[in-house]
Design a protein around this ligand. Structure first.
Ligand SMILES: [Zn+2]
Length: 196
């Protein structure tokens, strides 16, 4: 959707550090600091438009029913919660076995559904086996397209992100803290594109 929506840039003298976007009456309105360079405006606008698209795609995908179907099919446990997060930069998914929580990168919404399903199966398998060992691989490889999905994810070009994401959905222009969606002190099972 958002790709076709017109984008309107609003420069604001009061705005010092943040860039923000919202959809108003079918237009993506991007608020930027008055003195920001056009090249910066273009860069942040592209990022925010992409983020709005991911948010919209995330809303359309019913992760609970999807994970329920996959858990039944491959005899894996059901998660206590499963949701998309928009701030996982280096992980496709993560699982906290102690709490049964699964988080998936909203970037997965841009990929074919069989890739998303693979990552769900991968994280569900972590509810049984924490480590990427032979037992774990056997669980995940029940999914027929596991090998293909791993190849797909390895092949995805992961452009380095230079902006920092803050909680309210705005993009901080300066070096703010990166909010990483990881419960501190929990047992985290995660995987990165390079770790297959
Ligand atoms: Zn893993």
């Amino acid at each position: 959707m958002s790709a076709e929506l017109p984008v309107e840039i609003v420069r604001s003298a009061r705005r010092k550090r943040t860039v923000e976007a919202q959809i108003i009456n079918g237009t993506i309105r991007v608020h930027v600091p008055a003195r920001m360079k056009q090249s910066e405006v273009d860069r942040y606008t592209a990022e925010l438009v992409a983020r709005l698209q991911r948010a919209e795609a995330s809303d359309r995908i019913d992760l609970v029913s999807r994970s329920t179907v996959l858990a039944r099919r491959y005899k894996l446990p059901l998660p206590k919660s499963i949701r998309f997060v928009d701030n996982q930069k280096s992980q496709w998914g993560s699982c906290t076995p102690a709490t049964g929580e699964i988080r998936l990168s909203s970037r997965l919404t841009q990929f074919p559904s069989w890739v998303l399903d693979y990552v769900i199966v991968h994280e569900l398998a972590h509810l049984i086996e924490f480590h990427h060992n032979a037992k774990f691989t056997a669980l995940v490889d029940q999914y027929p397209k596991a090998e293909r999905a791993r190849g797909f994810l390895i092949g995805v070009h992961y452009a380095p992100d230079s902006e920092d994401v803050v909680d309210n959905g705005a993009v901080a222009v300066d070096n703010g803290a990166v909010d990483v969606e990881i419960d501190s002190g929990s047992d985290e099972a995660d995987y990165r594109p390079t770790l297959f």
